[in-house]
Ligand binder design. Structure first.
Ligand SMILES: Cc1cc2nc3c(=O)[nH]c(=O)nc-3n(C[C@H](O)[C@H](O)[C@H](O)COP(=O)(O)OP(=O)(O)OC[C@H]3O[C@@H](n4cnc5c(N)ncnc54)[C@H](O)[C@@H]3O)c2cc1C
Length: 297
């Protein structure tokens, strides 16, 4: 029986496990190896690691974690969790099972892109969502923003700070006067004919074809994704959810405790604000929360 099992071994999970290891708790970090940003070549804006490949950061984090004798890691997927009289039993994809007194869910979210052929192949390279993560690298290029939620016009206005923007509304522009004025003030070009095709050898992007037959030179497209839980475990355990602008997230308190006793959660799965630093920060909170619940029970 471990003190704590952390499910998900990326920014949030490693940060949670580190706090527990440093409190000499027996902590097992289980990870299936599909972090959300695996499509990107580098992580930007993460203190001390700007531009470093995500895989390298995680390998370094695992080496640091395993320097603590009470910590262990395991490459596997947790397929189900069963609550026991005391603690939890986890069933793993390799047929094994593990038990722990506390759980930290750091399982992240996955992205669903608008249904335009060619977007998926370019995701994280020339199809992006976050200008703070990758905008600097594409500064001054021909940028496009694809509308897919009520905030898309504001996304387009914001992204014009990184280069000339065409806002693809994917249908008739349906916005108020203030939004029109904002787009005009930011020199955002508006195209209402939907994008139906992308050109260039993926992941490169050279142009887009519109439904009315025109072809426009575009180097990079930004679009918000719909997000969903990468794992059904929180739902299985009965955790309460909140609804965010891009998708649901697990409700947690100030210590990362979910609505289910002894189940903590951290990272993208617990907030509508998705960012590696924020995920690491919330991992620290959940790790400390889980530790203190063992002490003060
Ligand atoms: C393309 C792209 C680029 C990005 N670039 C940046 C950037 O430059 N800077 C920045 O700050 N943010 C960036 N982000 C956001 C950043 O990736 C996330 O905020 C961060 O990865 C969230 O960390 P996390 O630990 O919550 O989840 P994740 O990193 O998604 O990790 C979750 C982990 O849990 C594992 N897991 C899931 N279910 C199970 C299970 N049942 N059993 C075992 N393991 C499981 C997964 O395999 C995965 O390894 C980017 C996002 C995307 C999509």
């Amino acid at each position: 029986m471990h003190d704590v099992i952390v499910i998900g071994g990326s920014f949030a999970g490693h940060s949670a496990a580190m706090q527990l290891a440093r409190a000499s708790k027996s902590v097992l970090l289980i990870d299936s190896g599909s972090p959300r940003n695996r499509f990107a070549e580098g992580v930007h804006g993460f203190l001390g690691q700007d531009g470093r490949p995500p895989r390298d950061i995680m390998m370094f984090a695992s080496t640091e974690l395993l320097a603590y004798p009470s910590a262990a890691t395991l490459h596997a997927e947790v397929t189900s969790v069963v609550r026991m009289d005391k603690g939890f039993r986890l069933n793993l994809s390799n047929g094994d099972e593990r038990q722990a007194l506390r759980l930290v869910l750091a399982t992240g979210v996955s992205d669903d892109l608008p249904p335009i052929p060619g977007l998926k192949e370019r995701w994280g390279k020339t199809v992006l969502h976050c200008p703070y993560c990758h905008g600097y690298e594409v500064k001054g290029r021909a940028l496009g923003v694809i509308a897919n939620n009520p905030m898309s016009a504001h996304h387009a206005a914001l992204i014009s700070d990184w280069g000339p923007v065409t806002y693809f509304t994917q249908g008739p522009l349906d916005s108020d006067e203030a939004t029109h004025a904002l787009l005009a003030k930011r020199n955002v070009a508006i195209e209402q004919s939907p994008i139906i095709e992308l050109f260039g050898t993926a992941p490169q992007l050279e142009a887009v074809r519109l439904d009315d037959g025109r072809k426009l030179a575009i180097d990079v497209l930004f679009t918000a994704s719909r997000t969903r839980m990468s794992s059904p475990l929180a739902e299985q355990l009965g955790c309460a959810f909140e609804e965010g602008p891009t998708g649901p997230y697990i409700k947690v308190d100030l210590w990362g405790l979910t609505s289910v006793p002894h189940v903590y959660a951290a990272g993208d799965a617990t907030t509508p604000m998705h960012n590696a630093t924020l995920a690491a920060g919330s991992g620290v909170i959940a790790g400390v929360g889980a530790h203190q619940s063992l002490v003060f029970e």
